[in-house]
Design a protein around this ligand. Structure first.
Ligand SMILES: *Cc1c(COP(=O)(O)O)cnc(C)c1O
Length: 446
């Protein structure tokens, strides 16, 4: 009883979280009590939960890969289809939500999401495209300073993007790309080591590009400290927030991050291939001398339809847009962002810390060394996801998880990523996951 009171207080006062210890218990009743006291518990009903072939709800711990569909998405999409059907081209001005300024409907909620001013964010394109556009503007190599710093296990698309940018500027990635390696025997990075590397090599580094949360280890980086360290050495600092947007509470503006990009189909639940997002700090976003790849939607909107051939960038992040808004994709994102606005990142973060902490607690009860958590134990250095290294035939164990109604994902050669998402996952699901997991591991050890 005492413990559930702690949870209630914690969630209503998220900032006191660190000072309050929670004592987890392994009994199922404990998980049920946590769910009963969860102020966000009703949000699960806003989502469609996939079902197993036998018709049962999956335990869906894959929201870090593709978030679930909010029930409101269908009508949001239908509204645009209807307006298109009824109005044709006139929908640009006369749709219920006119398509012409459609991206502007997302600016306020997006700014809240990442801790930015409204003119510092824009929703456009997809993640990797935005990353390239940002590097066009912010990777400005000189003879002295031309290197790019990334994590050694960065997501492949980011690796390809930076390698191709280096090559495009005439550098050999083998020499100009620095990859941060964990210490021997470890699976994530120390901020101290990043700072030490910058002390040694900072004057040659043009761009630091890290994930807000690494997709593989689940490590959340100290973006504020890394940005400060990078700037003190004259580097530009950008973040790929694919696994951080909708997962971590962020203050990109205050942290003085130069730019950031993200996708909206992971924790942001906007559907497969959903439109991406982009942050450009105010310090840069009215700087018309920065090189940029331009398109008509980045042009000053007051004079866009004069169809003049001279590009005049719109003020703010909007000035980096290329094309007119993908309205169907954006309508799904709008439906999803309404839910984020209602729940709020403070409450989501508070529940996320408890939910993932509970998963960690239960996994630690599994005897032997069949499972190793490779995500940091420090809750400030992770988001919702725990990455588990499996001993033995991990792929078989992963297959058995799926057969037992659990959706998570497998990363070669031996990692299972598990992400209980605070918007729609429950403490009882975490409990059931741990029980099934332990049973499967035991049966595979025999
Ligand atoms: C998911 C993810 C991507 C995917 O890029 P798209 O351009 O959206 O296909 C890229 N980088 C990271 C770090 C990711 O987690």
């Amino acid at each position: 009883m005492k413990i559930t009171i702690v949870l209630y207080n914690t969630l209503s006062q998220p900032h006191t979280l660190k000072r309050r210890a929670i004592i987890y218990r392994p009994e199922e009743q404990f998980a049920a009590d946590l769910d009963a006291k969860d102020p966000l518990r009703s949000f699960r009903d806003r989502f469609l939960i996939p079902h197993t072939p036998a018709g049962k709800e999956y335990i869906y711990f894959c929201g870090n890969s593709l978030g679930l569909q909010p029930r409101t998405v269908r009508n949001a999409l239908l509204q645009e289809l209807e307006d298109w059907g009824n109005l044709g081209v006139e929908g640009h001005f006369h749709a219920k939500n006119p398509w012409m300024p459609y991206h502007e409907l997302l600016a306020a909620s997006t700014a809240r999401l990442v801790g930015a001013n409204v003119d510092e964010v824009v929703v456009m394109n997809s993640l990797t495209v935005n990353l390239h556009l940002m590097m066009v503007s912010f990777y400005r190599p000189t003879t002295e300073r031309y290197k790019i710093l990334i994590e050694s296990n960065a997501f492949p698309s980011d690796q390809y993007a930076v390698q191709s940018q280096l090559a495009y500027h005439g550098y050999d990635p083998a020499e100009a790309l620095i990859e941060l390696q964990p210490r021997a025997g470890e699976s994530f990075l120390h901020t101290d080591d990043i700072e030490a590397l910058l002390d040694r090599e900072g004057q040659h580094i043009a761009l630091i590009l890290l994930g807000g949360v690494n997709y593989l280890s689940g490590q959340a980086f100290d973006m504020k400290r890394i940005t400060r360290a990078g700037h003190s050495h004259g580097c530009v600092v950008g973040f790929d927030l694919a696994h951080a947007a909708g997962n971590l509470r962020m203050e990109l503006h205050t942290w003085d991050v130069d730019f950031a990009v993200w996708c909206s189909y992971k924790y942001l639940n906007a559907g497969p291939g959903a439109v991406g997002g982009c942050f450009i700090h105010q310090r840069h976003n009215t700087n018309t001398s920065l090189p940029r790849f331009a398109g008509w939607w980045g042009h000053n909107k007051e004079i866009r339809f004069l169809m003049d051939s001279t590009f005049e960038p719109a003020a703010g992040a909007d000035g980096w847009q290329l094309s007119n808004a993908p309205v169907l994709s954006m309508s799904a994102l709008r439906a999803s962002m309404e839910i984020f606005d209602e729940a709020g990142m403070d409450a989501l973060q508070a529940k996320r810390v408890l939910l993932t902490g509970y998963l960690e607690f239960l996994l630690d009860q599994i005897p032997g060394n069949a499972v190793t958590i490779i995500t940091p134990r420090d809750t400030a250095q992770r988001g919702a996801q725990l990455s588990l290294r499996l001993a033995g035939d991990g792929k078989k164990i992963f297959g058995a998880l799926t057969e037992n109604g659990i959706m998570c994902d497998w990363r070669e050669p031996d990692v299972v990523r598990v992400a209980p998402v605070p918007l729609y996952n429950t403490f009882l699901e975490v409990h059931a996951f741990a029980q099934r997991f332990q049973t499967i591991i035991r049966s595979h050890q025999l």
